[in-house]
Design a protein. Structure first.
Length: 330
């Protein structure tokens, strides 16, 4: 079967969300799932009407969509700092009704240029998880390099699509994956990096921190999938990331987000290493509600919703209820 074009998939998701909300499921979910938190995970943003300049635009939500999502949340939800959500859950204090937290992964400049003004205007807190080598300019994001190679006209091996090739690379041990990317890029002149691919500067990070609205967590140094690394390499990635944030901000990060963030992307050793390094919570990309039951070193987050309908169906817990009901039938 051919996959649907992503625009059709998105339209389908929005339609499904609208049906759930309009038939009252969001209201039912809000009353049944009290005391639970919903955490949204964004990446970058892009200006409306401007081409992103990368093949995979899905990581960079249009800024007007982000604004509508934030306006919706500020009207109907209690948007709280992620660290505060984790602390209250861990302490068994419970969460206020309609608790939501916002997060961003990787550390794109657009978090400062496009997201921060909206968050400040609406008074919404957020956590940005930094891949510190991306900000330092020493470790470009490898998946971004592959995307840019494709933009430069390099065919991927076996005429694979970007999604297929990235999916295959993500299964490989870290060193083998890096070698494949290195070979692909050999002799290739990458196009001038489009705006959406630029990292935050540390000055921008400090300015956002000083606003009191934004805090920063760890997301490794070079953005490997930790489960594909040796334990030594995992330790190096976690400690280097922590120490770079400490050096630049004067405080170590307490929250961590796993690169890729799927169930197979971290190991029991990863969780121990994070705890040893002083992290108090770690966040995946596995859908679900954050509850007092934890587990605090692999808490769930939802991917960025792409419409207000999808936002409502996600944070209210309507999607969650449907999933639970389907699971109950299985
Ligand atoms: Zn990431």
């Amino acid at each position: 079967m051919f996959p649907l074009p992503s625009s059709l998939n998105r339209a389908g998701q929005t339609a499904k969300s609208a049906v759930l909300v309009l038939c009252g499921m969001a209201a039912v979910a809000r009353s049944q799932l009290t005391g639970q938190g919903a955490v949204l995970a964004f990446h970058g943003l892009r200006a409306d009407g401007e081409p992103a300049g990368v093949r995979d635009e899905s990581l960079h939500l249009p800024v007007s969509t982000f604004r509508r999502v934030c306006q919706h949340l500020s009207r109907g939800y209690h948007v709280m700092p992620l660290a505060e959500m984790a602390r209250r859950l861990r302490a068994g204090e419970g969460l206020p009704p309609r608790a939501v937290a916002l997060s961003f992964d990787d550390g794109y400049a657009s978090n400062y240029e496009l997201a921060f003004p909206i968050l400040r205007e609406l008074g919404l807190p957020a956590t940005i998880f930094l891949a510190t080598g991306f900000l330092d300019g020493t470790d470009p994001l490898w998946f971004q390099q592959v995307d840019l190679a494709l933009c430069a006209g390099i065919p991927l091996p076996g005429a694979a699509s970007l999604g297929e090739w990235l999916a295959e690379l993500k299964t490989l041990p870290e060193e083998a994956m890096r070698l494949r990317v290195e070979n692909l890029l050999k002799g290739v002149t990458l196009p001038v990096a489009p705006k959406v691919t630029r990292p935050l500067t540390w000055d921008q990070v400090r300015e956002m921190r000083d606003s009191g609205l934004i805090d920063f967590g760890g997301h490794t140094h070079a953005h490997p999938i930790l489960a594909r690394c040796s334990v030594e390499k995992q330790r190096h990635e976690i400690i280097t990331c922590r120490d770079r944030i400490l050096a630049e901000l004067g405080q170590p990060p307490r929250a961590f987000a796993f690169p890729n963030g799927g169930p197979g992307d971290f190991t029991p050793e990863t969780l121990s290493l994070l705890a040893e390094a002083g992290f108090e919570s770690a966040w995946t990309m596995i859908c679900g509600r954050a509850t007092a039951a934890g587990p605090f070193m692999h808490l769930p987050r939802y991917g960025a919703p792409e419409s207000v309908w999808e936002t409502e169906a996600t944070v209210s817990g309507a999607f969650e209820l449907v999933r639970q009901w389907k699971g109950g039938r299985a």
